[in-house]
Design a protein around this ligand. Structure first.
Ligand code: GYE
Length: 348
């Protein structure tokens, strides 16, 4: 193997790393002398390591149950047994941490970089650096807005615009079914992290349909950053400002949990028999239980189990096959009518 070539350089570094770690471990361990180890044992360990596909994964944070499930899906799929060596980095919601992690992966010459961009803007420079180093980048979950889409190889995630539309279509049907289609409807929206794909697309999808309903009034769209704590805080502020809310749209379940605490403290009920219609996104187990109990009217699923899709993509790329640029995962809509048949299968 020629270590000068770009492709092999990473592997050479890894062999050196593995042999060095092995020698160090042997030197430090009290369980036998280094000289007892046959050279072929070192070699076979090295060979095993060399066959692994090295992937650097910059996860944006751990703000929600959805995010934890997404990390687990990827960590549970890109395993040694499946032929991968995964380096996981949690950016704790900061773009600068993601850029730092990606630069680290580039200097280690990993085989692939996957990352979920916290917000859409600001990635051109670091993606160009990855491209210059010949490292394919796969975006996962959220998108990066770049003028040249050759800066990344593929994206795997949810059609979040469609998720927003599904929420609006459900609301249209619900208002017709309950004979309220001519009523003036006051809507407030708890938005996710401003500038993230989930916030941009869910908002745009919902608004595209809402704009054909002059009787729907979106009174406020406030960010609560996808967290339960902020969901509660922002909901309290909205309740103080708007006494006549008909519909609450919460762009993820964690904010919904926070909003529910604020609503309960103010004596306001939600859901099938409640004062206010509650629409949520993600569909994690704890939220689906609330759908089953009739406290959340509808939960628009966002599927975090993206590990398998990513593994398939990487395997295709390894075989030199062409891959789709955009890869959407499958998603459902849950209401009290259908949720019970899915609850038992929910693992997150
Ligand atoms: O809905 C939310 C999370 O980007 C789809 O991010 C994701 C969103 C998800 O933290 O819970």
């Amino acid at each position: 193997m020629r270590c000068q070539s770009k492709k092999n350089r990473g592997r050479c570094y890894r062999i050196i790393f593995v042999v060095a770690s092995f020698l160090l471990t042997m030197a430090l361990s009290g369980c036998g002398s280094f000289w007892d180890v046959a050279p072929e044992d070192i070699l076979s360990e090295t060979e095993a390591e060399e066959d692994l596909i090295v992937v650097g994964f910059s996860q944006l944070g751990s703000e929600s149950l959805w995010r934890s499930a997404n990390s687990e899906s990827i960590q549970g799929t890109l395993t040694r047994e499946n032929g991968f060596f995964l380096e996981f980095n949690n950016a704790r919601q900061k773009q600068e941490n993601q850029i730092k992690a990606i630069r680290g992966f580039i200097s280690q010459r990993v085989d692939y970089i996957i990352f979920s961009p916290v917000t859409e803007d600001g990635w051109e420079t670091v993606l160009q650096e990855a491209k210059d180093a010949d490292i394919p980048v796969i975006l996962v979950d959220r998108k990066a807005s770049v003028s040249d889409d050759s800066l990344y190889t593929a994206w795997v995630g949810s059609d979040m615009h469609k998720e927003g539309e599904k929420a609006a279509i459900w609301l249209e049907d619900y208002l017709i079914e309950t004979g309220r289609e001519d009523e003036q409807i006051n809507i407030v929206v708890l938005q996710g992290t401003v500038g993230s794909s989930a916030q941009i697309e869910r908002t745009a999808g919902f608004n595209a349909i809402a704009s054909s309903h002059p009787e729907w009034h979106i009174r406020a769209q406030e960010s609560a950053d996808f967290t339960t704590a902020k969901g509660k805080e922002v909901m309290e502020q909205l309740l103080a400002k708007f006494p006549d809310i008909d519909v609450i749209i919460s762009q993820n379940d964690d904010m919904t949990f926070g909003a529910l605490q604020a609503l309960e403290e103010n004596g306001i009920s939600t859901g099938v028999n409640g004062d206010v219609v509650l629409i949520s996104f993600d569909a994690v187990y704890d939220a689906l239980e609330l759908v089953s109990e009739g406290i959340i009217n509808v939960d628009i699923e966002c599927n975090p189990e993206q590990g398998e899709y990513i593994m398939e993509l990487i395997r295709k790329l390894e075989n030199g096959e062409a891959v789709e640029k955009e890869n959407c995962v499958e998603e459902k809509v849950f209401t009290q009518e259908n949720v019970d048949q899915y609850l038992g299968m929910r693992t997150y």
